[in-house]
Design a binder for this molecule. Sequence first.
Ligand SMILES: O=P(O)(O)OC[C@H]1O[C@](O)(CO)[C@@H](O)[C@@H]1O
Ligand SMILES: [Mn+2]
Length: 388
Amino acid sequence: MEAEKKAISLLSKLRNEVQTDKPIIRLADKWVDTDIWNQYLEHEQSLLDESDGEPHWFFSPWLFVECYMYRRIHEAVIQSPPIHDFDVFKESKDENFFESQESIDALCMHLEQLKPARDLHKDQLKDELFKLLQISLWGNKCDLSLSGGKSSSQKTDVMNSLEGLKPFILINDTESLWALLSKYKKTAKPPVVRVDIVLDNSGFELITDLVLSDFLLSSELATEIHFHGKSIPWFVSDVTVRDFNWILEHVRSSSQKSMATCGADWENHVKMGRWIYHDHIFWTLPHPYCEMPQVAPDLYAELQKAHLILFKGDLNYRKLMSDRKWEFTIPFHQALCGFHPAPLCSIRTLKCELQVGLQPGEAERLMASDPHWLTTGKYGIFQFDGPL
Ligand SMILES: O=P(O)(O)OC[C@H]1O[C@](O)(CO)[C@@H](O)[C@@H]1O
Ligand SMILES: [Mn+2]
């Protein structure tokens, strides 16, 4: 109880700082990333004129303060032993999984029916890949950060909604993904085809990513999937290693036959080293991804081993684009500012005022028909960059 009181008082202090636009203060804990964070704060300070004083909550870059807020929540918890590894968002993440049971079961049943997927005819293989990619895209609607932590589970039949949702895909580079992966399958070269997925949210979205990953293996479009998750609770619903293992265990022990079969297969993928989970502190730092080679060269080198990297979700898009106010028509490649570790694709629903690579006039047309098109998660993209 003492520890809880301490954590709550640190969180109240944080809330007061946010609400009253106090200066952004240095981190006081001693965690693996504390020094990097404090250096970043100094860097933010150095960008201001002397007359501006210190960086404050209301007038600092959104990406930076939003990441900083989640890092401060982490600080409040780790400074309160013995509850130092308590995940304040765990309950809502788990709830999202339980509330989406029917949709999860339907997806697992679909996946099982496709097996053995390696024998599917080329056209059917492509068709199924596109379906599962779209399911993974729309799974990104289910984050808990946009809804302020309120339930955002999947209750409708996502598989039968795909056709109706197609007009809301603003950029669809899935043909490039097919061209890349089917070329490897056809030539059987290289013998190892590695796809990395930079995960976003736990619950239903993670299930859609796992279903896609299982299909990539069973269809032999890929031979290894590497998942990248967060090392601390992040943006409410993002996946940590605990969430990842918890979901696998709950799918495996489900009373629904298809789910249990999928769960057993998935645990087996992990055991056999076909599915590999990584975490790295870089994913919970405020830096844009173009700074990865300097800030986290080991992670950059790891990503360079991939044949394709899928970046899930809105926050990853903001970090890929350095969260700048780009023109809507600027090419994706250019807005990546030199971040090209391997061919990559952003799969996200739009939740922030940032989108590049549109046709001239398209943003204006969207704005006229739906003024909130950028922020409601109603629209989605598959945006690819890289040589084929
Ligand atoms: O889980 P996702 O798709 O990254 O979405 C999180 C998004 O929600 C917000 O926190 C609020 O819109 C954004 O800052 C962030 O981009
Ligand atoms: Mn998220």
